[in-house]
Design a protein around this ligand. Sequence first.
Ligand code: SF4
Length: 276
Amino acid sequence: MKTFLLNPYGFCPGVEKAIKIACEQVKVAKNNQKNIYFEHQLVHNEAVDELLSKYGNYKIYNDETLKSDDIFLISAHGHNYFLDDKLGNPQIESAFCSLLQNRFIVIKKAVEKRKKIYYLGEINHPESISTISYIEKKLSYKVQILKDKDDFFSIARNNFLTPTLLIVQSTYKEQIEFNDKNLQIIGACPFVYKRLELIKTMKDFNTYIVVGSKASSNTKSLYNLIKHLYPDSRYYLINSKEEISIKELKEPILICSGTSALKDTIDDIYNFIKDL
Ligand code: SF4
């Protein structure tokens, strides 16, 4: 079938690095008979969980007090700083994305300047939990949570007379643009944003296949954008070739992916459809 693969595809640099660190640490824990804990899934993709389990076992942290020979791995999205007091004294290893770490430097400066801080994103997403808890626990500063973009624009009508920082979740579905000399914005991750922008130029397909987990926010953003832009086409969100319904495919087909989808899975799906 006439099939195209949208580039870039596969992991973003943050996820790629996090998986490499996590695989190493799971292996170290196994070789040294230590327990290794993650606060939650390393990244939102069950296929990554399977990959990690090939290197050894890991546990999801469940409020226990960890010992000095336990390992606690901070995920690509960071961790909840409110856990620090009850975690115990494990060895801490970090797979925290450097792009998100750099945001923390900007946030700290904004707090030092006593800027008002707003946060826009999925409030239960690990990245949101990490960012908000960093500000509220580590910096002892209050964050105002926005429900959605409209919430932001209703606040923006006040023209930000006081210096303000708006933090947008890195995988948020769109960039927020607003010019005001008192407003500083930390926007969506460029790696996610690039894929969203590219899809807007991919008009002439009858079928769109998004590869990734249904739990991944950037994968869902990509899928929802396709649904919105191309309502007359067919669109699917899948994470393996077994989920493909061959009868429903209509050429030409575009395959794209979220930033936590395995390259091998995408190649597998692409080759399978192309050879039909
Ligand atoms: S999507 Fe962007 S912010 Fe998130 S892990 Fe990847 S590089 Fe980092």
